[in-house]
Design a protein around this ligand. Sequence first.
Ligand code: PEP
Ligand code: MN
Length: 348
Amino acid sequence: MLIVMKSGASQNEIDRVIEVIEILGFRGHAMPGEGRTAIGITGNKGAIDPAHFENLPGVADAIRVTKPYKLISKDLRPERSVVKVGNATIGGDELAIIAGPCAVENPKQVLAVAESVAASGSKFFRGGAFKPRTSPYAFQGMGEDGLKILAEARDQFGLNIVTEAMDEQGVDLVVKYGDCIQIGARNMQNFSLLKYAGQTRKPVLLKRGLSATLDEFLLAAEYIMSEGNYDVILCERGIRTFADHARNTMDLSIVPAVHRMTHLPIIVDPSHGTGHNYLVNPLARAGVAVGADGLLIEVHPCPEEALCDGAQALTPNQYLELVTQVNRLHALMVEEDARTPVVTEIAV
Ligand code: PEP
Ligand code: MN
């Protein structure tokens, strides 16, 4: 059930609807929009009688929801969501670029990349302190010490920190040191982790699972939001296919599909999406061209010495070149969108 409030509904009227939802034993999720506030209801097993709500002051409509999605849906919030991450945002008019090394290795490496990321004008820095590695013998990340180095990069360069958590303890630590909790592809359906991150009030960057369908991806976001954390950013990072020229196959069609179905922002990650340095720049541009709200790019001062994902890392110079190109492309697209459509008539 979705309760749509009248455009001038007061906070008291909204609060009363939520109170009635709670009296019925469910949970209400108010989503303020540009024109009106809508309230989603979760926790109900079956249909709810609209009669509970339709006569409450300020209510415009009580609509039955037949889709499996409640909170990610455009029915709840027709406008695109802009998610605040630290002192910046993802999902607005600006292209959000999150860049940094795959893994935090040492202060020198992190601060060198952070300097380039700040110089490029990007506002978000990434780096993993907890690494989900295929082999238990591979470098697993620096843990809390790594998070302290990321916090130092934020203090020195004013960048907002996006970093992965693999378990509940990791979420607590990322909340303490970082600005955005990354949930990686391998954990996209770790439902207890999703719920735990949903109980925090830090934004969550949710990466698409290795073989997740659009439905599974969106329902994973729904898990986080159903706990009351509405600040979710989706990330396409490539899926497993038969193609073996790249580490993964970037499914760029998911960007417009996500925008069609949800109000959440989606960024693309051509680093994990391709696994190869030479593919990162073209696929980053392609991601911008299909309307992604941002990019996630791995950068290393010396990729051949990287402890993790060196083959896909850009050098700082390659990264700076990419930022110039994607910003130009994005500006061109914004300019095009702002133009009045040209109607071409063919004389017959
Ligand atoms: C990462 O961002 O470093 C990472 C491990 O990504 P993914 O979960 O997409 O593999
Ligand atoms: Mn990586």
